[in-house]
Ligand binder design. Sequence first.
Ligand SMILES: *Cc1c(COP(=O)(O)O)cnc(C)c1O
Length: 396
Amino acid sequence: MADLSTSLIHHPYKPPAGFESVAPGVHKASTIFFPTVAALRNRDWTHKTGYTYGLHGTPTTFVLEERLATLEGGRHCILVPSGLAAITLVSMAFLAAGDEVLIPDNAYGPNKAFAEAELKAWGITGVYYNAMDPQDLARRLSPRSRLVWMEAPGSITLEFPDLPALVEVVRAHPQAHPQGIVSALDNTWGAGIAFNAFDLGADISVHALTKYPSGGADVLMGSVITRDAALHQRIHFCHMRLGFGVGANDVELVLRGLPSIVLRYAAQDATTRELASWMQTLPQVERVLHPALPGSPGHEAWKRDCSAAACIFSAVFKPEFEPARIDAFCDALRLFKLGYSWAGPVSLCAPYDMPKLRQLGWPHQGGLVRFCLGLEAVADLKADIVQALPALTVSR
Ligand SMILES: *Cc1c(COP(=O)(O)O)cnc(C)c1O
C-alpha cells in the first residue's frame, strides 16, 4: 500500500499476544471488526460470547461487570452511565402503562422524581410507602403492583429497614400482578460489603458505582446486578434498546478503584462511627442518625443483617437553631466541603429541608445536616466541626 494514510490505518503490525499486567486493558470501541459476513450475521449480541458493537460490551466492560457481580454476590451485571440511570433502567425494563411502582418515602430523591414525572406521564402510578413498617407496604400493594423499590438505609436519613420482612410481604402478596412482582434494592450504601442483597431476598441490586467502587469522586457510573437469568435478560434487552453506554476510560477508573474498596469501606466506616458517636454528645445536637448507633432507626435490623456501615451520618440539630444558622454552620466548615455524592477522599456536608422531601411526614423539628466522611484524619474533622459550631449561635 503506497498511500501513507491507508498504510497507517491498515498497518500490518500486531503486538505479540500474551500480555498481562495488573490493570486490565482499556479497549475503546464503537466499531468492532468481524472477519467475515457469516461471522457478522451469526454473532450473538445477547450473550457475553463475543463482541458486536461497543455499546454492547468490550473486554474492558465485561471485566468490570464480572468483578462487580462477584462483589455483590450476583451472577449478571449491566453497566450504565450513572447510579440514577441504573434506577431508571430497572423501572423502564419492568413497568408498563397501568402498573404501580412502590417506592420508600425515604428513597434516593431522584427515584421519586422519575416516578412523579416520566413514569406518571407513561400511565404508571408511583406509590410511596414507609420502609420501616412492612405492614404499611402490605396495605399499599395492589393487583397492579409490579415493582417494589427498597433502599437500605434510607437516603439522607439512614433508617435501616427490615429487608427480609419487606421481601416477605412482597412474596406473600395474594393479588399478585400477572407478570409477578419484582423487588429491587438500591444497594449503593452497602456496596456489596455491608450485607449480601440477594441473600436478604432482593431480586435486583442497583449500585451507584460513582460512590465506593470509584472512590475518587471523579466518575459517574451505575450497575444493575441479578442472580436470575430471566430478570437479567429483560433488563439487558431494555438496556440495549435504550443505548445506555459507558466510556472505557470511566470503566478504567472504576477498575482502578475496585481493588481497594474493602479497605476504604472499613476505614471510612471506623472514622464515621467515631465521629457520629462523638456528635451525639454535642449539646447542640438532638439526634444522630447512623444505623450502627444504638437507638438510631432500624439499628436492630442493621445489627442482624450487616457486618459494616458506610461513611454517612446525619445530625438533627435542636429546634432552637434556625435554618439560617445551620446554613452558617455548614458555610463555616473548612475540611467538610459543600456538595453531593459520597465515598470519595474529601468529606462533604449538606443541609436538607426534610419536610419538603417527605410525602408521608417527618418527625423532627430541627434542621438536618448530612455528613459524608472522606479519608481525612478523624481528629481533624472533629476539630473542623468544633471551630464551626459557634456559627450556630452568633453572626459572624
Ligand atoms: C448517588 C446515589 C445514586 C445515584 O448515583 P449517581 O451516579 O450520582 O447518579 C443512587 N442511589 C443512591 C443511594 C445514591 O447515593
